[in-house]
Design a protein around this ligand. Structure first.
Ligand code: GTP
Ligand code: MG
Length: 303
């Protein structure tokens, strides 16, 4: 067993990007492939039996069938988080499309998501000293499913937050406002941990998803800081740290300026009135089908 676990607990290589794939309409396929890739990589974990066909564990022996079962259960466990990402992403894409239809601008610039790799889930469990079992992971590791929403303006962040939190199947478990309380290094973002029901073939599971909502400027800053942080393995030199803090300040000023400009633009929003169910659609029908015989009113009179 130790060789199997060692292979999935190998130090996680320094990530090049932030781990979040962008999900524009064109990128949906890429995201799906990435998520399925994670599942495939779990399926392809190599079992390395000893010469007698068993696998060594802490003092005991596990046979290949035991390990296969463990792996299958872990794959099934992770699949729930992938479905949770799909659910939240669909909700955000619905808001995006609905906003496009109703308002004059769209508050959502990009949506991205990432499913933590099995290696980083288990690495986090070990680092945080949680028990090495699914119940402990379910309870303690709440960021296996991550969705990032990039907004145009600061004021959009609260709007998106409220629209999501207001949905009746979403429960906000935790909220961290790093915009009002910027991190000392300059990091800004609104973090929500929400739970959402995922309807599986044989059960319903409530799954946690970490949602990060931020502006384009905040995102630009965070992705550069992330790269610098990994390049220096967490030991960022003081001059770079102070430059980053200054850049965060400039990003805030840009966000505030853009927000002010946005408000100056006269965008008279056409408020949507819910259509009455009794609305007579025959005029609409006539306008789109001009060559058909005249519409008849109930009772046989031509309209
Ligand atoms: P973890 O245990 O590492 O998940 O952190 P946490 O539970 O204290 O949560 P926190 O809200 O601080 O961070 C969660 C996520 O937000 C991270 O995984 C990053 O994606 C992002 N994040 C938080 N702080 C920073 C930061 O200083 N810089 C950057 N670039 N991203 C950050
Ligand atoms: Mg995290």
């Amino acid at each position: 067993m130790h060789e199997v676990v060692a292979s999935i607990l190998d130090p996680v290589p320094a990530p090049v990007g932030t781990g979040y794939d962008s999900i524009g309409i064109n990128c949906a396929l890429r995201r799906r492939m990435r998520n399925e890739g994670t599942m495939d990589s779990m399926r392809s974990w190599q079992l390395t039996p000893t010469s007698d066909g068993d696998l060594l564990s802490n003092g005991g022996r596990l046979n290949v069938a035991d390990i296969r079962l463990l792996r299958e259960q872990f794959v099934d466990f992770m699949l729930g988080y992938k479905f949770a990402i799909d659910e939240i992403t669909t909700k955000i894409n619905i808001l995006r499309e609905d906003f496009n239809n109703t308002h004059e601008y769209n508050p959502i610039e990009h949506v991205g998501s990432r499913l933590k790799s099995p290696e980083s889930v288990l690495e986090k469990v070990q680092r945080k000293n949680y028990a090495m079992n699914l119940a402990a992971i379910r309870e303690n590791v709440l960021d296996i499913a991550g969705v990032r929403v990039i907004c145009s303006f600061i004021s959009d962040i609260g709007k998106i937050r409220d629209m999501l939190a207001g949905q009746e199947d979403i429960t906000v478990l935790e909220e961290r406002d790093y915009i009002t309380n910027r991190k000392p290094n300059g990091y800004q973002s609104l973090h929500l941990i929400v739970s959402i029901p995922v309807f599986r073939s044989d059960r319903t599971d409530r799954m946690p998803v970490e949602i990060q909502i931020r502006t384009i400027a905040m995102d630009f800053w965070a992705s550069l800081e992330h790269k610098i942080y990994y390049k220096y393995r967490g030991e960022v030199p003081p001059n770079l740290r102070s430059d980053l803090a200054q850049a965060a300040e400039v990003a805030t000023q840009l966000d505030e300026k853009m927000e002010a400009l946005h408000h100056q633009v006269d965008h008279t929003e056409h408020t949507r009135t819910s259509p009455a169910d009794s609305l007579d659609l025959s005029l609409l029908y006539d306008s789109i089908t001009p060559n058909r015989p005249a519409h008849r009113l109930p009772g046989g009179q031509p309209a």
